[in-house]
Design a protein around this ligand. Structure first.
Ligand SMILES: [Zn+2]
Length: 156
């Protein structure tokens, strides 16, 4: 089977919905959790450790009848910056999108400063993204900066 044909099969058979592609395999389950997929009743197909020329292996998530808003989808840029979205309608890709870091991250990332108020009070964290290319974020409350490699997500 040609590799083009194989690739087509990997994203085939979704009538309406969203295909999230080019997810690094080691980030797949983080993405699942960031999008709250375990709480959805939609038909969801998850491909894990699929072969990818660019990434070695990758993950794909297909979600039937779900169209994300930017705010929902852009949070995954924190862990997987080069993810691609295919919006499917009537078995056709009608739109391709890339995730982009939003200006602010609310309630997603943990502050690395143990003395930060967000680690000591029951409140949502808030970070300003100050460098989208390199994913540098700054805590709104204590101003501690973090880079992508050090970012820890909230537990749930
Ligand atoms: Zn902080």
């Amino acid at each position: 089977m040609s590799s083009k044909k194989k690739q087509e099969l990997q994203v085939a058979a979704l009538e309406n919905g969203t295909v999230i592609d080019h997810i690094p395999s080691e980030k797949l389950f983080t993405v699942v959790s960031l999008l709250g997929l375990e709480h959805m009743s939609n038909n969801i197909t998850i491909g894990f450790n699929l072969k990818s020329k660019k990434l070695g292996t990758k993950g794909i998530i297909k979600i039937a009848d779900k169209f994300f808003c930017d705010e929902e989808i852009n949070r995954i840029a924190v862990v997987a910056p080069n993810v691609k979205l295919n919006i499917i309608r009537d078995y056709e890709v009608v739109e391709k999108r890339e995730v982009r870091l939003p200006d602010e991250l609310k309630g997603i990332v943990k502050c690395a400063n143990p003395k930060c108020i967000t680690n000591n009070e029951p409140m949502a964290t808030l970070f300003h993204v100050i460098d989208k290319e390199n994913c540098v974020i700054r805590c709104h409350y204590c101003e501690k900066e973090q880079i992508r490699e050090n970012i820890k997500l909230m537990d749930n």
